[in-house]
Design a protein around this ligand. Structure first.
Ligand code: ADP
Ligand code: MG
Length: 632
């Protein structure tokens, strides 16, 4: 027969810890939030082994009085809440008074704290939640927590931890969010004795963006400031050119808390419609303020997800706030009711989004052309480099440019390569033309020409062939890379001016881990300071230049599809192929078309591109006759 027992304090704490404390990042989050609550203006977080063996959080906040220090580790000990009525006000901010008790119960913890008035500080040590020593200690005002060997006494939890670099990445993400939410606080993050992040704490959000995402991003963001129906939206959104292949660079804060909210994401992305290609996601750091009554955060234990009472109002605030920022930048004014007007008209029912069609009509599509400028670089490389260099009248012959503009490769090398392709058109071939009939037909076909600078038209016998030039070239690229890799051929070209790229901690670890896989596809990458890499070589088929944005796209795809394998994923290889491939909207000479066809016909499967889209369509003469009703 079973008997009901009351769990002892220690077990109860460990169970509670399971809820709140999942991994080192959750410890860091709770501790840093306590530091913020204590009024700190400087917070240092140091971790080793992804925080599993060591976490230190030091702040210059109010400190904890000696008598309170032991109390702080009691379950439901909090200085922030006295009565149940307070809970209503505070629950939205996540005070539960159990973080310290929970953390202490699953680690070896040490805390040293001193208040302004105390003569000396006090150090308290705990093992699995039990106090083992209390001592006086010399210390400046503020508090330092050291958490060692997280989950040392709960093996089941320990087992769920990921590898150090992954856990470190989660910690970095948390600090990044807290730093973005609190520009007035100087955050320092040290990982394995290296400073990874240091924000100035000068109350300027743009400075925080600079510290976290680097100079290129900080240069490419636009300020947002908008008010609508009691909502206040502030922050920054990225210009279309720094959009990424995932939403990692989107941070949204509601009354100072990092949140995820589908309505806000949708509004943000709708505001960018027509400015971004498919599957590109804008950068943002947005801060929304509104009365706490207008939303509910208790739907998710980690309090990331939020439900708004009036989703339309939120949508409209974010949509118009972001849209008006983007339009201001493009020099076109949005056709919309004036902000004050909208604020006054509380009774007007608002639909989502009320004026979109109006906006779209007002915007000439050209204003939003964010595709990288079509390079005219598909000619033989040597011609291009010389002429571009001259045209741009650059000081040296390097032709190096930053940002998303093309980077040029060393001239001599190009000359070398150019010589070998002098007479032929520069499409790589993967082997002998396959001996199947349709391919033969393609080779023998008469080239009619190109339509829309994008599709190639051929006629052979009773068939019209239509070829998507980008898809075709991408396919050729992909097969070539695979074959060259199989043969262990080197295909790097040295960049005259290496590319320096700032990454997130997770990305950085990923790149470092995959350094040799990167090398196998032509990228020579080295560490270059905190979360920064330097790219010294790129694949030699990037004749038309290579940008930071290109690298991010490849990296995003690789992380999404291949983090568990040591070699490069096929999807990442596709992306590499796609980046260098001939674009749509690019006029081709007959000679170039011929070259493309010849290469295409050496492929085993010339019929679909690497993304599975068709490369070649055909239409029979009979189909024409049917459509023109010559036959029935
Ligand atoms: P809560 O934050 O919900 O009150 P915690 O368990 O996180 O509960 O913290 C318990 C108490 O310990 C806090 O209410 C606060 O009084 C004190 N405390 C924790 N960390 C700090 C700190 N860094 N500086 C000052 N006081 C702190
Ligand atoms: Mg707390």
């Amino acid at each position: 027969m079973s008997k009901i027992v009351i769990l002892d304090e220690k077990t109860a704490n460990q169970i509670a810890a399971g809820e709140v404390i999942e991994r080192p990042a959750s410890v860091v989050k709770e501790m840093v939030e306590n530091s913020i609550d204590a009024g700190a203006t400087q917070i240092t977080v140091e971790i080793r082994n992804g925080g599993i063996s060591y976490i230190r959080v030091t702040d210059n906040g109010s400190g904890i009085e000696r008598d309170d220090l032991e109390l702080a580790f009691e379950r439901h000990a909090t200085s922030k809440l006295r009565r149940i009525e307070d809970l209503d006000k505070l629950s939205t901010l996540g005070f539960r008074g159990e973080a310290l008790a929970s953390i202490a119960s699953v680690s070896q913890l040490e805390v040293t704290s001193k208040t302004e008035d105390a003569l000396t500080g006090t150090t308290l040590k705990l093992e699995g939640g039990r106090i083992t020593s209390v001592n006086q200690a010399g210390s400046p005002k503020g508090t330092t927590f050291i958490v060692r060997n997280l989950f040392y006494n709960t093996p089941a939890r320990y087992k769920f931890l990921k590898k150090d670099s992954t856990e470190a990445g989660y910690v970095y993400d948390i600090i990044q969010r807290l730093a973005l939410a609190n520009p007035g606080i100087s955050f320092k993050f040290i990982q394995n004795n290296q400073t990874q992040l240091h924000t100035p704490g000068n109350h300027d959000l743009l400075s925080v963006i600079y510290s976290i995402f680097g100079k290129d991003t900080a240069k490419s963001v636009l300020p947002v400031s908008y008010k609508h129906e009691g909502f206040i939206l502030e922050g920054y959104v990225g210009k279309p050119e720094i959009a990424r292949g995932n939403r990692n660079n989107q941070s949204v804060f509601l009354n100072g808390r990092y949140i995820k909210c589908k309505v806000i994401t949708k509004a943000l992305e709708d505001a960018y419609k027509t400015m971004l290609m498919q599957n590109r996601f804008p950068f943002c750091v947005l801060k929304l303020q509104c009365p706490t009554e207008s939303y509910d955060v208790n739907v998710h234990p980690q309090k990331l997800e939020v439900r708004f009472a009036d989703e339309n109002a939120v949508y409209n605030t974010v949509y118009h706030g972001v849209k008006s920022t983007l339009l201001k930048e493009s020099g076109i004014r949005e056709f919309e009711p004036k902000i004050d007007e909208a604020e006054e008209k509380h009774d007007t029912p608002v639909s989502i989004p009320p004026i979109e069609s109006g906006i779209n009509k007002k915007i000439p599509p050209a204003a939003f052309s964010v595709l990288p400028k079509q390079s005219t670089l598909f000619d033989r490389p040597e011609k291009r480099i010389l002429s571009e260099t001259k045209d741009d009248d650059l000081p040296e012959e390097t032709g190096i440019q930053y940002d998303n503009k093309p980077m040029y490769i060393e001239k001599n090398e190009v000359f070398e390569k150019a010589k070998t392709v002098e007479e032929s058109v520069s499409f790589e071939k993967t082997g002998q033309a396959t001996e199947n009939a349709p391919v033969k037909e393609l080779l023998d076909a008469a080239i009619i020409g190109q339509v829309f600078d994008t599709y190639i038209l051929l006629q052979s016998g009773n068939n019209l062939y239509i070829i998507d030039q980008h898809a075709a070239h991408e396919r050729i690229r992909f097969e070539t890379i695979k074959q060259r890799r199989a043969k262990n051929e080197a295909f790097s070209q040295i960049l005259l001016e290496p590319l320096i790229i700032k990454l997130t901690a997770t990305e950085y670890d990923f790149v470092m881990e995959k350094q040799s896989a990167f090398q196998s596809v032509g990228f020579e990458i080295e560490a270059f300071g905190s979360n920064t890499v330097i790219i010294r070589s790129i694949p030699d088929f990037y004749e038309s230049g290579f940008s930071t944005g290109d690298f991010h796209e490849i990296l995003d795809r690789w992380i999404q599809t291949g983090s568990d394998q040591s070699d490069i994923s096929d999807e990442a290889l596709y992306m590499i192929s796609c980046k260098g491939a001939l674009k749509a909207n690019r006029p081709l000479s007959k000679e170039e078309i011929r070259g493309l066809l010849e290469s295409l016909c050496t492929l085993e499967n010339p019929y679909t591109c690497v993304h599975g889209r068709p490369v070649i369509l055909t239409m029979e003469k009979k189909e024409f006759e049917k459509r023109f009703k010559r036959i029935v």
